[in-house]
Structure formats: C-alpha cells, structure tokens
Write a protein that binds this ligand. Structure first.
Ligand code: PLP
Length: 376
C-alpha cells in the first residue's frame, strides 16, 4: 500500500494510539469528577494542554480543545465577528478551506461585508492586496498558514504586521491545520489572536483539534453547557483524543526538522521522476512546503486516473478531499483552465513515506496516463 494522501488525514502514531488506549481502558475518569480517577483524568488533559501549547509557542491557558480544526476555526471567526460594537468587515482569501469559507459566508448572509483576497497564478496571496483591503471597520482577518491543496504558504507575519498597524482593533485568525508540525508556529511574531489546529493531520486520532486564543482576547463560545474548557467548549472532554494529541505534538516537535528533511527528499524524488518521465505534466501552484504537491496531467481526468492508481494500491487525492467531485475552488481562483483543473492530482507526503512509495506512484502514473491517453 502506498498512501500519499496525508493532507487529507494520516495514520495515528503508535505512541499516540497507545496513549489513547491507556486512557480509554485505565485512566478513564471524567475530568470533572472530584475523586482520584477524575483528578487523574484532569491531570492528563492539563499535561496534553502543555504539550500542545509548547508546539504552538503559547501558554497552556491559551489553548482550548475542540472536536476538530473546523470547530476551532468556527469558534474563532464567529467569536471575533460577534463581539458587540465592532466593525462589520471581514478579510479572508479565496483559497481557504471550507471551514473558513462557509463560516465567513454565513456571516456575509447576516450582513457582514467580506473581502476575498485572490491568489496569483502560483497560488500566492499578495501583501499589497491585504494592505489595500484593510479598512477602519475591519473586524477580522482570517487566513490559512499553508494551503491544503497546493502547499503554498501565506505571508502571515507580514499580514499580522499590516493588520495591526492599519486596524489595531481587528483580530487575526490563522488556520494552521496544514502547517502544524511542519512550520514552527509563532503566534507572537505573527501578531495572531487565534490559531486553529487539528490532531488528525499530525498523527493523533480524528475528532480532536485546538484553538489558540491569545491571552486578553475574549470571545463568546459557540455553545453553552457545563463549564469545561473554562466555558469556551462545554461537553465532557475527549480525554483519550486530547492525550493522544498532546503526545503527537510532543513527537511532532521533537522530530520536526528530521521529518521535514525526509519529506523534502521524497518531494525532490517525485519532482525528478516527473521531470524525467512526465515532462508534459504541469504543477499547480508553487508548493512552498514539500508536503503537498499538486500536478495536472492534461488529457487524463483526475477522477479516472485516481481509480487506476488505486488498482496499484497508490492513494492520492483529486483536488481537496473535502470537496469530493466539485471543481477545486483553489485552482479555480488561480484561474487555471478547465482541462487543467479536471486533471489535477494532489500528492501529499508524511515522514513515514519511503522512496518506494514515490517510485510506485510514478510507475502507476505511467501506466495510467498511457492508458487514458490511448482512450481519448
Ligand atoms: N483547514 C485546513 C487547511 C484543512 O486542511 C482542514 C482539513 O482538511 C481543516 C481546516 C479542517 O480540519 P478538520 O478536518 O480537523 O475539521
């Protein structure tokens, strides 16, 4: 099996799985219980909070656990925009994940004005465009750190600086789901007020995320209930997932440089293979991180090519895994032509991949593209 779809989700790290299993079967108390089992569970949550905070270069008190990256993003955007007596203008980009775009769209329907910054042909968002977009009534800038479809990295440091200078009252949210454990997260340097992250992209189970909320920033929670997570995220804590997320962050931080170098080497091997064997293929976007590569094989419909690759036990994605069957809004925003969008594959690596995975992909692509071109 050659799994090259890690931007969609990745395997749970053995250490994280063992941690979750131990918590589920042994330390299974409710953190709200006042007896010894409850206190132990609460300690596990706080230990994980420290581990996530360390990865985010934040204070543990600035971390709120959520069910996923989507919830963290919704919490930040809705919370920031619904503060009373603030402006009604939101800035985002056209290449955001659906978690951001749909939350912003809902606010737009409620009367907020939204500026969608457009990418250039490489998938980059311009600092000058952001500068021109900031208004006195801007309440929030929400953008991603790394794009999940094309691997571009947004200039969040410059964005933060410009936003805080031109509209000091506005808040800055960064969706760092695809950047976590790949790019060092620096909330203070970036002037970030919120950062959302997700466990299942870095080796924790699905169903756990977190939101960094800068100390001193106060927003209303999405829902009310018990007082868990200091009232920001009521509901009994998913202690096994939280513990596993903490463990995945600890490992991710420890191995960040080595893992990055491994993925870089895999990406270079892919690029070399593409140059030698598919000189007619075209890259979509400039992958600033080597983890996500988007390529079109004009004339070969990606949905069909995907099936051929699957027959060789090679798993990649067409466009974004979150937008099944739909033309990618990211590639569309880059104004790529229909034939290119229709033949786009997303290949995404994890450090667990080996060079043979890349070779298997290249071999399967050779057979698949030859077959599809014959059928035209
Ligand atoms: N943001 C980005 C950039 C993503 O890639 C994803 C998931 O693919 C999300 C947000 C949503 O995260 P989750 O699946 O944890 O809700």
């Amino acid at each position: 099996m050659h799994y090259l779809d890690h931007a969609a989700t990745t395997a749970v790290l053995p250490e994280a799985a063992q941690t979750a299993c131990r918590v589920m079967t042994e330390d299974f108390g409710n953190p709200s219980s006042v007896h010894r089992m409850g206190i132990a569970a609460s300690g596990i949550v706080e230990q994980a909070r420290k581990q996530v905070a360390a990865m985010l270069h934040a204070e543990p008190s600035e971390i709120t656990f959520t069910s996923c990256g989507t919830e963290a993003t919704a919490m930040a955007i809705s919370g920031a925009c619904r503060r009373k007596g603030r402006g009604k203008h939101i800035i985002t980009t056209a290449i955001e994940h659906a978690a951001t775009l749909n939350t912003v769209k809902r606010l737009e329907q409620e009367g907020f004005a939204v500026t969608y910054l457009q990418p250039d042909a490489d998938g980059h968002i311009s600092v000058d465009d952001l500068r021109a977009a900031v208004r006195p009534d801007t309440v929030l800038l929400t953008c991603m750190l790394a794009n999940n479809e094309i691997g571009t990295v947004l200039p969040v440091k410059e964005f933060g600086k410009i936003l805080k200078k031109k509209a000091p009252q506005a808040l800055f949210h960064i969706d760092a789901v695809q950047g976590l454990a790949r790019i060092p997260i620096k909330p203070k340097l970036w002037n970030a007020d919120f950062i959302s992250v997700s466990g299942h992209k870095i080796g924790a189970p699905k169903g756990i995320g977190a939101l960094y909320i800068r100390k001193g920033v106060h927003i209303a929670p999405l829902m009310v209930g018990g007082g868990q997570e200091r009232g920001m995220r009521p509901g009994t804590e998913a202690v096994p997932n939280i513990a596993a997320f903490g463990e995945a962050c600890r490992i991710g931080m420890e191995r960040m440089d080595g893992n990055y170098a491994k993925v870089e080497a895999l990406c270079a091997r892919l690029e070399q293979g593409i140059a030698e064997r598919f000189p007619w293929a075209v890259y979509n976007g400039k992958h600033d991180i080597p983890h996500v590569v988007n390529l079109s094989f004009p004339g070969c419909k990606s949905e069909v090519l995907l099936r051929v690759l699957e027959m060789h036990e090679v798993y990649v994605s067409s466009g974004s895994a979150c937008a099944k069957g739909k033309a990618s809004h990211v590639l569309s925003a880059m104004r790529l032509d229909h034939a290119r969008i229709d033949s786009a594959l997303r290949i995404s690596f994890a450090p667990a991949n080996i060079p043979e995975d890349v070779d298997a992909l290249l071999d399967a692509l050779e057979e698949g593209t030859a077959r599809l071109k014959r059928e035209i």
